[in-house]
Design a protein. Sequence first.
Length: 319
Amino acid sequence: MSTAGERRPIIIRRKKVVNHHHGGSWKIALADFMTALMALFLVMWILAAASPEQREGVADYFSTPLVGAITGGERITGSTRPIPGGGPDPAHTDGERARIDMRTQTRPSDEQRRFFMDLQRRIETVIEADPELRQLRPQLRFDLTQEGLRIQLLDTEQRPMFDLGSDRVAPYMRDLLRTIAPLLNELPNDLSLSGHTDSLAYLNGYRGYGNWELASGRANASRRELVAGGLEPDKLLRVSGFADRVPMPDTAPVDPINRRIELLVLFPQVSERIRSPSLLDGPGMPSLLRRRDTRPIDPAPVERFTDSLRQALDGEQGR
């Protein structure tokens, strides 16, 4: 029992209060939901106010693959209506849509690509079937360009296609050209043939016989061998020589691989442009068919030139 003078210690108990704070993430989720809901109502309002033609255009847009929309291919829905846009006029003659159409004019269609791949496969099959021509397979390259299917016959030091410095065709090159000639007749496409050389120049070549004459001569020699092998002469639309002006990419100008023959199976639109080249009449391109300057022409220079020419002719007749 405690005495009167002793005091008991006072114990104070404080209860610790823990506040569970949930953060503001629910506010962000609610804001995203409200934004999506507002966008949905906005789209529904626009569609309700749109005409049937506009709604059909929107449906075509979302049912068209991206590749088909860029290249102008067929749509999944089969609709033939163009997607509105790309310029102020419905014909799409200017603006972004017009620029895309200009880029896709030389793009091969699926049918053309299939024909070209079949031609390449048949040429490779014929070459593999012949033991002598099989050795030339590494010297052949096939690729698609903006003008058509390009078949390159490359030269090597061990197996040159022509005699050195001459357009005389080597026997195995002759057999190769005459072998692929009938296969080229199976396609209706026109052909372009070009010769190329390396940069090794002849002595006094620019004054006499040089790489320009050699490249053109080898292209014509290849043309003759193709025709002798059965190629229809009317299929050849262009025969040209480029000398050493167009070397192969990532090669030295003197590399023997630059001595080559290129055979192009042309796209129809490329053949049409070669046959009927269009005239440019724009800024910086003077027109020869009409005179835009309406100012009167000074006759004095013309009269002086005429008098000088007349005097020269009179002097020649006096002699």
